[in-house]
Design a protein around this ligand. Structure first.
Ligand code: G3P
Length: 216
């Protein structure tokens, strides 16, 4: 499974890039707003750090405006994937832009029929939000299973990007279910490293080494 960072913060992206395990970045208008720079500038900087798919979302809500905005975003860098919301206009714009060869990430997916529409519209990526469904008291991970099954049944090429992953367990379950990509905040990525037995084991290895070779 590819690992994407779900942030527009350059320090976090640099730290992830430094570990060598970040395959791409997803942003949304809320994440861009936190950084205080216009989207074109901020995503261009992100493209300079990570050589992988970088999602940049449109603000327009009508297809006639989403299409030129999407074309403009796609021109920023070859790695830009244009993000469109899963609305009637978003799907219409997805059809038009995909036919033009622009790669589209359809976002805000909360049920499997929406994912089917995105695949039929030629989306490059579908983004189901696991954590936000959990927030409503339902198992968000089931959505990943349903989408993966439907896409496999019909051979849809659209990649499943499990989004809104808040815990290591969300990441593990998404990978077990065959999601192509998992996008997560830096905090979740950082948590993936942790296990108390790793710390304990390393401490013991070093203690044994020091005892054998440094005390004689
Ligand atoms: O970028 C979309 C998604 O990953 C948002 O996550 O945690 O705000 O639900 P969250």
């Amino acid at each position: 499974m590819k690992i994407f960072l779900d942030t527009a913060n350059l320090d976090e992206i640099r730290k992830g890039a430094d570990w060598g395990i970040v395959d791409g970045v997803t942003t949304n208008p809320s994440l861009i707003a936190k950084e205080g720079r216009p989207i074109e500038e901020q995503v261009a900087r992100i493209c300079d750090i990570i050589d992988g798919d970088i999602s940049a979302e449109v603000i327009a809500t009508e297809a006639k405006d989403m299409i030129p905005e999407g074309l403009k975003l796609a021109k920023i860098h070859k790695n830009i994937v244009v993000k469109l919301p899963l609305t009637r206009d978003g799907i219409k714009a997805c059809c038009a832009l995909s036919k033009d060869g622009i790669r589209i990430n359809v976002t805000l997916c909360f049920q499997p029929a929406q994912a089917m529409l995105a695949a039929k519209a030629g989306a490059y990526i579908i983004s189901p939000f696991v954590g936000r469904i959990d927030d409503m008291g339902m198992p968000g991970i089931d959505l990943i299973e349903q989408i993966v099954t439907i896409y496999n049944n019909y051979g849809y090429k659209t990649q499943v990007l499990a989004a809104s992953l808040r815990t290591p367990n969300h990441v593990i379950e998404s990978a077990l279910l065959g999601a192509h990509i998992g996008t997560m905040p830096f905090k979740t990525l950082d948590m993936l490293f942790n296990h108390p037995l790793t710390d304990k084991g390393l401490e013991q290895f070093l203690k044994d080494h020091n005892k054998a070779f440094q005390n004689g």
